[in-house]
Design a binder for this molecule. Sequence first.
Ligand SMILES: C[S@@+](CC[C@H](N)C(=O)[O-])C[C@H]1O[C@@H](n2cnc3c(N)ncnc32)[C@H](O)[C@@H]1O
Length: 375
Amino acid sequence: MSSLTHASSLLRSRAGLKAEPAAQARLERLLQESATLAGIPVDDYVSMVDTQPAAFDDLLDRVTVQHSAFFRDPAQFAALDHLARRADQSQHVVWSAACGNGQEPYSLAMALDETGRGDWQVVATDVSFHALARAEKAHYTETEVQGLSNERRHRYLTPSQDGYDVVPSIRRRVRIAHHNLALDEATSIVPKPAIVFCRNVLMYFGREESTACIQRIASAMASGGHLFLGHSDSPGPMTRFFAEVWVAGVHCYQRLAAVPVASVVGKQSAGARPPRDLPGLLTEGDRAAASGDLRAAVRAFRQATYLDPNVAIAYFQLGAALELAGDAREARRAFGAAGLAMVNGDGSEDISGLGGYTRRDLASAIAYKLTGAVR
Ligand SMILES: C[S@@+](CC[C@H](N)C(=O)[O-])C[C@H]1O[C@@H](n2cnc3c(N)ncnc32)[C@H](O)[C@@H]1O
């Protein structure tokens, strides 16, 4: 098998991405570039992508198109507004599946804010850690905020460093997590979403992967919930799970009363790698930091925070790696998140094996990072 075919089949089996001629030419160039950067032959580089999760994630970051825009399809956001205002008074979730750089989930949160309903939350997921990091940063350039009216800019953005930050009240409404739509990963991070935006991702999937993905989304959704796809997405057969409906003049799919789909989607894709666990990622980050590869360290610690957003040590290690890498602003943000996770934790979690900290040590270290004061 050529290295190009090997890399293509990894991208397909692990992320659902089909190998189109134009994408192949780009992939070939990326493989060559990455191998040259690593100072190894392309074959060896692809073997590394196959066996080392961080190398695969890095390639995925480079291959996927993470571009997005605020209120990219305004009519779909008007339909969301329509549905949210009419929903019963209970907790509801909107899932931005394959959220790209984050403009989509923040647009959803802004639209929900405008309904005045506080009982809706947004969960944003993507397979690319680069996309998730950008979404988490919630910082956009002038060009990137072009889809926002002046009124929304005024209300939901604050100017900062050559661009804008999304205001905390909107950021708080969005929970960011890693999720691969091409694998049978647990969707417990998005409990029974009432609305799913899964836009501009199925267009990159192979036909079978797209069909399986739709089935997985269907199995995660509440019956009666609504699914919005992008105009270029080709979902394949839908009628077993969804009725085609129009909401506020917009075409979408309504989840039929639940049918057991687990048997259809229960197979793990061939070549899927085992899920990564928190201690493994923290160890990976530690090792990378010790060997001076701060980029890999930041990546591993960030992945740990996505895997479980409640673990203080993961944020703390992320902050320490960012600090070493010279990104003081992001480091501070990570230390702040570590402090919050400490405060929110019930104290029962065992952190003794994670980085050698006791709970008390960790609390002191976080306080020191944030205030400079020794406790
Ligand atoms: C063009 S962006 C779409 C962003 C947003 N939904 C929109 O329409 O503006 C496509 C996103 O799909 C993500 N993606 C690709 N394969 C995926 C997979 N298997 N699981 C989850 N996300 C995936 C990519 O990382 C990328 O961020």
